[in-house]
Design a binder for this molecule. Sequence first.
Ligand code: SF4
Length: 90
Amino acid sequence: MIPKIKRTLTAILPVDKNRTGECNGCGDCCKLPFRCTFLKDTSDGKYACSIYKVRPPNCRKFPRSHSQWKTVKVNCGYRFPDIKITVEVP
Ligand code: SF4
C-alpha cells in the first residue's frame, strides 16, 4: 500500500523525459497492489478503464519514473533506458 500512496503523492511531478513507448492496455498498473474497481475486461483479452477520461493523475502519468516502471516492466509498453552509474575517478 505504501507504493500506492507514494505514487499518488508524487503524481504532481512531471513524467521522466526519458520514457518512450506507449500503453498497450496490459492493465498491470491497474492491479497495484490490488485490482482497481474501475478496471474492466475487454473482449480481446485486454483491459479498459471505465473512468478513462477523468482518471486521476497517478494513473494518467503512470509509469512516471523508472522506479514505477520497474514494477510492471514485463508487460508494460513503455520503456526506460537502462540506468548507468558512472563514477568519476580524479
Ligand atoms: S502497465 Fe504500462 S502498458 Fe500496462 S496498462 Fe499500465 S501503462 Fe499501460
